[in-house]
Design a protein around this ligand. Sequence first.
Ligand code: RM4
Ligand code: MN
Ligand code: MN
Length: 396
Amino acid sequence: MDSPTSDKVFVSLETFRIELPSWGFANTGTRFGKFIQPAAATTTEEKFSDAGQVHLFTGVCPTVALHVLWDFPEGVQGAEEIKRFANRYGVAAGSINPNLFQDQEYKYGSFGNPASSVRRRALQHTKDSIEIAKRLHCRDISLWFADGSNYPGTANIRQRKQWFVEALKEAHGELSADQRMLVEYKPFEPAFYHTDIADWGMALLLSRAAGPQAKVLVDTGHHYAAQNIEQIVDWLLTENMLGGFHFNDRRYADDDLTMGSIDPYQVFRIFHEIHFFEWETGQRADIAYMVDQSHNLKGKIEAMIQTVAMAQQLFAKAALVNAKKLETAQKNCDLVQAESLLQDAFATDVRPAIQDWKVSKGLPKDPLEAFRQSGYVERITKERAAKNAHNVSSYA
Ligand code: RM4
Ligand code: MN
Ligand code: MN
């Protein structure tokens, strides 16, 4: 690789940070069963400890996303403890995710529930989550709703939309000036007939209705198989409405497989559109890159380190697309040249340059190997095996 190319890799990596999900370190399963990992995190403190390891070896994951019910069983009071964990393990609290789907009350929805008492409860939980975020100096409150219905005619879809508008507006009113509300969408699951926020257009309209600090969150697993995600990304960028990503990969639905494991070119294309937007506009896109995946079978910390390596590679590869040449090729309708610019960048082996960058930062060249050598997994396996044998709940 020539030095201008490796310079581009270096520049791209300087700013690239990716947030880890606390729930990615806990035991999870499918709806058919759960295979316990003896080393999985069983407490919020252990999740911070594990996320701290990923950051220690990769240097690019300074924050961890938290789920309010799973990580703050005592609600707002839990914030003080989280500050201690953050100090102890070297990773700060990142986005705060209210949990509006697990309590029995939410059987028929949260913000869209026909019972006003449940809607109020969901709103209060969201406000508490915003308060937690304030206490921990977290910028983003990330909202995902399981709300929807399973059978035609059973829900008043228009009325529910209105309830969503009202609740999101009221929650938005609680944000401090530097906070954001991220609104995530998902086409189906757990609801299988209609989902209240089913796609990016619905998330966009609701975010606009909520207020200027609300933006859309794109979870790469939350699309129908043939959808063009990078086009959605482009449209949201031009509307200044792209707030962040939940990265994961999928083959069928919301499979939550590790990022880039099935279709790395998909992630590359998303990153390319972001780089190209930044190049054309001279603006830096203010996007929170987050991982949202849970490894049912892979070792959790290893899978996360593997994910970070994949994210860096694809982000760096996308930075190699020659934007000037691409602009010309697009203008001239030189299709083969334009497409080849993407393909050439994607085919470039950026791993040696990434290793050089790591060395320049005092980070291990091979974080996975360094982590394996550290003995951490052996230690936590001993410490946690007994606790995990009895732990049957998911994520928390
Ligand atoms: C949902 C969605 C949310 C995540 C939950 C656990 O499908 O992706 O972002 O918090 O799963
Ligand atoms: Mn998600
Ligand atoms: Mn999901």
